[in-house]
Design a protein around this ligand. Structure first.
Ligand code: ZN
Length: 390
């Protein structure tokens, strides 16, 4: 499906712009008309992280006239493996400011607009309204549903990407011409079921593979060139090195863009997508200890079983002394082997997976089981500062 250009062309290009964009101008399908449309375009990139890095850099280089950057986070050393818009000297700086500086260095002709607040239902509509198209570079379900819903309600195209380990996906959701994200995924996955990149890892260069698809699609939609990924989902497998496009259809029953929509305004997306299940939240009440309390229990010589519910690759990086490894996914099949005569203390990286494990243990009758708040990350800050953090 080809679509008309989203953006009207700017009046003219300056001689400096003509020099800078000459390799675009001599492509017949882009030419002066397409480059003038890019000059007039206003694109918002949500998140200046893994996908946002290549997206912002190439959108800037391509000559998108106005680039909005929304990010409230600061650059962490663990970001640099893939978030190439930031450098070593940016560690500790706000990502939005660091990204703006890189964009200006790539292309000073771009008008950069910074939004350093956290995107939520109270500000999304107002922020999005100023842009033609939204590129999503975030990595959590709450933001994804928020961006989708705001784009549908405002009638704007939403260029979506997702990455995990060696796998990536991308699509353009645009309710006027095809499905929205909710047509594909009506409900977020149950809490704790889908690990984030922070939990599951991501091959750094995967961000470039998927981010470049997103920029390509943004440019196509803005200029009206080619067939955009509207109604198609691109699936990339880096290990097999395959790209596969599958058709995705609009769901007539979609609560947002279907025939009888029930969602007519933005909702509370944190509650909708909750990081921790209700079951885990209630299991953790009164059954949570701190890393310091765990250390004190060890020092007193208390008899308990310390269970690490993370994955083997994480266990290899760092572990709390005295622990045994039982990844959360293996726990249901190992319940019979756990001791009934002493308490169980579970921990993970940050305390979310261990809360889920705790709910499982309590359901299986281990009533005095507890978990460690903040997990091995808290252990590294509160107890053993020499322990590596990841
Ligand atoms: Zn829909």
């Amino acid at each position: 499906m080809s679509l008309p250009p989203l953006v009207a062309p700017a009046e003219s290009l300056t001689p400096q712009e003509i020099r800078r964009y000459s390799r675009h101008l001599i492509i017949p399908d882009v030419a002066m008309d397409g480059q003038k449309r890019l000059k007039n375009a206003k694109v918002l990139c949500v998140g200046a992280g893994g996908l946002g890095s290549p997206a912002l850099m190439y959108l800037a280089a391509a000559g998108v006239g106005t680039l909005g950057i929304i990010d409230f986070d600061v650059v962490d050393e663990s970001n640099l493996q893939r978030q190439v818009i930031h450098g070593q000297s940016d560690v500790g700086r706000p990502k939005a400011e660091s990204a703006r500086d890189s964009v200006r260095e790539i292309n000073p002709l771009v008008n950069v607009v910074l939004h350093t607040e956290r995107l939520d239902s109270s500000n999304a509509t107002e922020i999005f309204a100023a842009y033609d198209l939204i590129v999503d570079g975030t990595d959590n379900f709450a933001t994804r549903y928020l961006v989708n819903d705001a784009c549908v309600l405002l009638g704007k195209p939403y260029v979506w990407g997702s990455i995990y380990r060696f796998d990536g996906q991308a699509s353009v959701f645009w309710a006027e011409h095809g499905p929205c994200y909710r047509c594909l995924y009506p409900e977020p996955p149950p809490p704790g079921m889908v690990p984030s990149c922070a939990e599951g890892g991501v091959l750094g260069v995967l961000c470039a593979s998927i981010g470049s698809i997103q920029v390509t699609e943004a440019i196509k939609v803005l200029t009206g060139v080619g067939d955009p990924l509207v109604g198609r989902l691109m699936i990339y497998d880096a290990l097999e090195m395959t790209y596969r496009a599958v058709k995705v259809r609009k769901d007539p029953e979609c609560p947002l863009c279907g025939k009888n929509p029930t969602i007519t305004e933005l909702i509370d997306y944190e509650a909708f997508c909750g990081a921790v299940s209700d079951e885990a939240t209630s299991a953790a009440v009164g059954s949570t200890i701190t890393a310091t309390e765990l250390k004190a229990m060890q020092d007193r010589g208390e008899d308990f079983l310390l269970v690490d519910v993370r994955e083997p690759a994480e266990w290899e990086i760092v572990r709390i002394p005295g622990a045994v490894l039982i990844p959360k996914g293996d726990l249901p099949s190992k319940l019979a082997e756990l001791p009934q005569n002493k308490p169980i203390v579970a921990y993970c990286k940050t305390g979310i997976r261990s809360a889920e494990a705790l709910a499982l243990l309590k359901n299986a009758g281990f009533k005095d089981a507890v978990h460690v708040q903040g997990g091995v990350s808290a252990w590294a800050t509160q107890v053993d500062q020499t322990a590596p953090v990841y």
